[in-house]
Write a protein that binds this ligand. Sequence first.
Ligand code: PLP
Length: 395
Amino acid sequence: MLDHNGVTRRTFLGGAAALGYLAFKSPAELIAETARGERSHASLVAALSELDDYDALAKLSFNENPYGPPDSVLKAMTVAFKYANRYGYPDGGVTEAIATHHGVKPENVVLGAGSGELLDVMGSAFASNGKKVIGASPSFEYVYAHVSSVRGASITIPLTSDHRQDIPAIIRATTQHYREVGFVYLCNPNNPTGRTVSAREVKQLLDAIPPDVPVLIDEAYFHFVEDPDYATSVPYVLEGRPVLVTRTFSKISALAGMRLGYGIATPDLIAQLRPYISQSISAVVKWGGVAALADTDAQAKVKTVTLALRKKTMAELNALGYATIPSETNFFMVDLKRPVPPVIDAFRAKGVLVGRPFPPLNEHLRVSIGTADEMHRFLVAFTDIMAKPAASGAS
Ligand code: PLP
């Protein structure tokens, strides 16, 4: 799901046919294909061994946390495995812990198997069957893709020339299309640009649009922001506005593969989402989430090292003559001054995964912040790839 593409050894090693976006198959899928006779045993063995290469790649493509969960979280999850065989297990008080963290009531909290589930649920509840979502583009396009899968539609507003979300234009479009609007989507900070919408602009948006239009404010990258003009939108929920603020444990807490996110909203808005929620969160990650919220030291360390590496990498690219978009997240965009797709492929051939293309920013590459070693590999690869003329295919 999401915009996440996997790789096999063939894409890693390069070669004309190999450079496409191949789906990453799990061992179970590979084994099932073999059982159905679609794959020979020898090919199964080869494919399973290819999966090991995944570990060797510098994974700078999905804005993940490269360090993995801290010991406190691993310990809590390990203990929670004793509930693996249960339905009615104690969940560690995850909903209450989130409510306390935000100063809201447990009835203001809705859990999702990743915040992505809640983005889907918002689309299913409010923008299916001809209704529309309004938001910026490029943004987290996953939201618009889900809305279209439930036969809704999107009205997308281009970014400003300095890659900000155009709040006055979003207000105008929402007011103009009021009857068709299912909800407004605001990704803050925005993925893929990394730019924030200020607290003042969020208020401007919420005050200017018709008061019954629901607004989804996606704060997946909240924990990385330093901008003093930025603020969480959770207080608008307490004012009773129809706002869903989503957060994730996938980024700062390094639990992307475990799937846990949540939303903060009024009980009334949550009641409208409930019918679409899958209840597919595991006992293990619920306990991991509680421990992650409590381990503020671990979060602070991830933030410090990530921002230091982001600033260093961006400064080095700037020194090489490549402009970057200011970022408040664990990723950034660099202007390559040439089309991105062949460069992505050239990085893959060097064992470095970077972000997919984000049209219409066709010459901007999105780079997630990995470990110091991964960022070094990125810079070495970048210097080599960009030293060759674009016309040569950058490989
Ligand atoms: N929102 C944004 C802006 C994201 O970039 C992502 C993932 O990359 C998500 C939401 C979904 O994250 P998850 O479902 O892992 O919580």
